[in-house]
Design a protein around this ligand. Structure first.
Ligand code: PMP
Ligand code: GLN
Length: 382
């Protein structure tokens, strides 16, 4: 393995899921739902398979899906040409990797907000670039917020791009308008490319709203906005994602993507197009149900002795292990499956400053209530 990929031989999700399977643990580690998406979407995929939609789709993605994505983005006041400004990818993961491979040079710096989703660091490394990380910082209300001063200090003459994930995995932070405005101001001042990961765009709670960075003044022309169907429609295994942006940037991403996977997921594309068009009420129900699952798990974690951080969106909530007498979340997560039959994920593995984050572990609440309750019952044995 080439040296720049040596830190990336395994993922925490594969590691913790393997432990969960080995010990028959309740898996609140890897974030995936345990119920299916809307029936009409499943039916649309079945009928696409039955009616012969089983060969390579067009390179940029099937037109019906690109048109549906454009209509979906227009809900934020953003306008994209389905032919030249939207590219369908194999999940958001490929969109992120292809964007970096296409637009970042070896030696460039890419700013990541820490903790960061694990594929970002690996994709930056594959592009031969280096990452510069800026930690979220707990504000007076206990919210993990953007540290605007640290972000400003992280920009150097080599900075090419910033990757922004909101709603944020693993913390559940949803960036406010002022935080996005600060990011936008820096991008404009230093002529940076913004790459946004919005896969949890619909999973936002407490009346907060998801604001795409591209919708801020001056940002549409320099932003690649990435999202996907997995989290919105409970179909993480379908791996249908997309990237929207100005034609010149999207055609660059397409150049990289066509030699990574060429195309993917033919029968799932019309099914996701259908869901984006006809099942947003279902998604509103999913969001409400996840908000109540978050409350259920938060209450259970508190009762078991954890101190819980706020989560404003996504599938995830973070808990501080120190009140239970532990110091190192990674050590605890390694022990949990065998000791009490629960799997969680340490937050420090998503950072370059593990010491600052080692007290937090992440739990996924995108599970049936009975599963959450079983996990909580087991956690009481800690
Ligand atoms: N970004 C974030 C923040 C995620 O949590 C995930 C994980 N599911 C992805 C990207 C990957 O999305 P996909 O499965 O569509 O590749
Ligand atoms: N995005 C999911 C999570 O954060 C897992 C995806 C994966 O297994 N790579 O848990």
């Amino acid at each position: 393995l080439v040296p720049r990929l040596q830190p990336f031989t395994s993922t925490i999700f594969a590691e913790m899921t393997a432990l969960a399977v080995q010990h028959d643990a309740v898996n609140l580690g890897q974030g995936f739902p345990d119920t299916d998406g809307p029936l009409s979407m499943l039916e649309a995929a079945r009928s696409a398979i039955s009616s012969g939609v089983n060969q390579y789709p067009p390179g940029p993605g099937m037109p019906v899906l690109r048109i549906a994505v454009a209509a979906h983005r227009s809900r934020y006041g953003l306008s994209y040409d389905p032919d030249s400004e939207i590219l369908v990818t194999v999940g958001a993961t490929e969109a992120i990797a292809a964007s970096l491979l296409a637009l970042v040079e070896a030696g460039d710096e890419v700013i990541l907000i820490e903790p960061y989703y694990d594929s970002y660091a690996a994709s930056v490394a594959m592009a031969g670039a280096s990452r510069v990380t800026v930690g979220l910082r707990e504000d007076s209300s206990g919210r993990l917020a953007l540290d605007v001063d640290a972000l400003r200090a992280a920009v150097t003459p080599r900075t090419r791009a910033i990757l922004v994930n909101s709603p944020h995995n693993p913390t559940g932070t949803v960036f406010r308008l002022e935080e996005l405005q600060a990011i936008a101001a820096l991008c404009i001042e230093h002529d940076l490319l913004a790459i946004t990961d919005e896969v949890y765009e619909h999973l936002v709670f407490d009346g907060l709203t998801h604001i795409p960075l591209a919708s801020l003044p001056g940002m549409a022309s320099r932003t690649l906005s990435i999202s996907g169907a997995g989290k919105t429609f409970n179909c993480t295994g379908w791996k249908i994602g997309w990237v929207c942006g100005p034609a010149a940037l999207v055609s660059a991403v397409r150049a990289a993507k066509q030699f990574m996977t060429f195309v993917g997921g033919a029968p799932f594309q019309p099914a996701v197009a259908h869901a984006l068009t006809a099942e947003l009420d279902w998604v509103a129900g999913l969001r409400d149900s996840l908000a109540s699952k978050r409350a259920r798990l938060a209450e259970g974690l508190r009762a078991a002795g954890f101190e819980v951080r706020s989560s404003e969106g996504t599938y995830f909530i973070c808990a501080d292990v120190r009140p239970l007498g532990y110091e190192d979340g990674w050590q605890l997560c390694r022990d949990l499956p065998a000791r009490i039959g629960v799997a969680a994920v340490p937050v420090q593995v998503f950072t370059d400053r593990p010491d600052e984050w080692k007290h937090l572990i992440r739990f996924a609440f995108c599970k049936q209530d009975a599963v959450i309750d079983e996990a909580v019952e087991r956690l009481h044995k800690l």
